[in-house]
Write a protein that binds this ligand. Structure first.
Ligand code: NAD
Length: 365
């Protein structure tokens, strides 16, 4: 029997609630398709700060490294907002990404027809795009700091305290993520858009040069370039024309939230973070720990359940089981079951809590 080890990092807020739903769904498809899953839980984020004084312990990182894939709920919350920057819960995410070498973040944005009315866009019928975000380089990982400057500005004021953050990318970092973008485009609608700010940023100009060098290896894929400001407009204006977007860490962070929002609910958006083949990928919902609804039963578990489907597909190669989960989620929506965040005006639908909607998905599996 095929056997896989899954590290589960529930995290904080609604993280444990939605992770529990995804674990149940994974167990159900494992039983149905005859493979074995063993789950081991590890703390990270705020709960780890409370217990161990740090957001990510060596034991959690090692446990994740030794697994076939990592399923993460969400980390963070107001309790730790005032913590020193070095022990903030988000440090756990950065530590896991860099510790597992996860340089590529895949965020599909798919509009479920049943939820079209939840989209803030009017008359939207089709959105099916994939944002491929570089995850371990760029401005989030570059040099940053503060210094004092005695420079005098043109209007006579003294500059005083200054802060800086550095965006820097090597050809190798760009090449591996752009190649991934081309490969995903080959398996989809064969259209790749590189998003950058090449009119002002030297690092963006390097991204373009690298993409143009790689493009001849994928003659079937049409490559185009968009400035990030224009892309943010076009995602609203013509979302159905996008297929795969490949971009840097910060631009991808922002655009994937925008792309997610136009599909209706943040509670529906899965994500995968991948490294080199053979290393465990990490799968998590795009949303955060939603402390405002934690413990109320209002958390939508579908993003985490869909992340579990990505885990089966990308890390375990269990494609049929992944399809089964995605079909079960679609059927749950088609049958009129909703959590409150995707219920719209509530007309013609049955509003359920986290546990109940998980049960509907399980029944459809
Ligand atoms: P959030 O995504 O947690 O919540 C934003 C809004 O969406 C809230 O109103 C929330 O109730 C709602 N929401 C989010 N997920 C939902 C779900 N599954 N079902 C129904 N409604 C849902 O973002 P935030 O409020 O900016 O951040 C809260 C905390 O989460 C912060 O501490 C932040 O740092 C952290 N965070 C963590 C991650 C992560 O772990 N990957 C990502 C983003 C934010």
């Amino acid at each position: 029997m095929r056997q896989y080890k899954i590290a589960v990092v529930p995290g904080d807020g609604i993280g444990p609630e939605v992770a529990s739903s995804a674990v149940q769904v994974l167990s159900a498809v494992a039983e149905k398709y005859g493979f074995g899953l063993s789950f081991k839980e590890y703390p990270a984020g705020g709960c780890s700060i409370d217990e161990f004084g740090v957001p990510l312990t060596d034991e959690t990182l090692e446990g994740c490294r030794a697994s076939d894939a990592v399923l993460l709920g969400a980390v963070g919350g107001p309790k730790w907002d005032k913590a020193d920057a070095s022990i903030r819960p988000e440090k756990a995410l950065l530590g896991l990404r860099s510790g597992l070498g996860l340089y590529s973040n895949l965020r599909p944005a798919l509009l479920f027809p049943e939820l079209a009315s939840a989209s803030p866009l009017k008359d939207v019928s089709e959105i099916d795009l994939l944002i491929v975000r570089e995850l371990t380089g760029g401005i989030y990982f570059g040099d940053h700091g503060r210094f004092s400057s005695a420079d005098v500005l043109s209007d006579g004021q003294v500059k005083g305290e200054c802060a800086f953050d550095t965006e820097s990318y090597s050809t190798a970092e760009i090449e591996r993520i752009v190649r991934e973008g081309f490969r995903y485009a080959m398996g989809r609608k064969k259209k790749l858009t590189l998003v950058d700010k090449a009119n002002v940023l030297e690092s963006s100009r390097l991204w373009r040069e690298v993409a143009e060098r790689i493009a001849p290896g994928y003659p079937e894929v049409s490559l185009d370039f968009l400035y990030v400001d224009n892309c943010s407009m076009q995602l609203i204006n013509r979302p159905s024309t996008f297929d795969v977007i490949v971009t840097s860490n910060m631009f991808g962070d922002i655009l994937s939230d925008e792309a997610g929002m136009i599909t209706g609910s943040i509670g529906m958006l899965p994500s995968a973070s991948l490294g080199t083949p053979g290393t465990p990928g990490m799968y998590e919902p795009v949303h955060g720990s939603a402390p405002d609804i934690a413990g109320t039963g209002k958390a939508n578990p579908l993003a985490t359940i869909l992340s579990a489907a990505m885990l089966l597909r990308w890390s375990l190669g269990e494609e049929i089981a992944a399809d089964n989960i995605e079909r079960a989620v679609k059927k749950t929506l088609a049958d009129g079951f909703r959590t409150v965040d995707i219920a719209g005006d509530g007309e013609g639908v049955t509003v359920l809590d986290t546990v109940q909607i998980t049960q509907k998905v399980l029944e459809r599996i």
